[in-house]
Design a protein. Structure first.
Length: 78
């Protein structure tokens, strides 16, 4: 689902992930979800061109980034 709905192109929004066919960046949708808005709120009040599947793809994209992120701990010198 992610590849069908999320696009990354250096010529669009400085290469930030966007919902395919729009200039709506994934982080914008995630911020609205973080603020407690529902999928319906986002579609009705902010981005009427989106579908619930588009919003789910944003969440799935973020989930995959976190799931596959490799964390390297750096020991602090005191």
């Amino acid at each position: 689902m992610i590849k069908k709905r999320i696009a990354i192109n250096p010529e669009i929004c400085h290469g930030k992930p966007v919902i395919r066919g729009t200039r709506i960046m994934v982080w914008q949708v995630l911020d609205l979800l973080k603020d407690g808005l529902t999928f319906d709120d986002i579609i009705t009040n902010y981005f009427p061109q989106l579908t619930k599947e588009d919003i789910k793809a944003c969440v799935e994209y973020a989930n995959q980034l976190v799931k596959n992120e490799e964390v390297h701990l750096v020991k602090e010198n005191k």
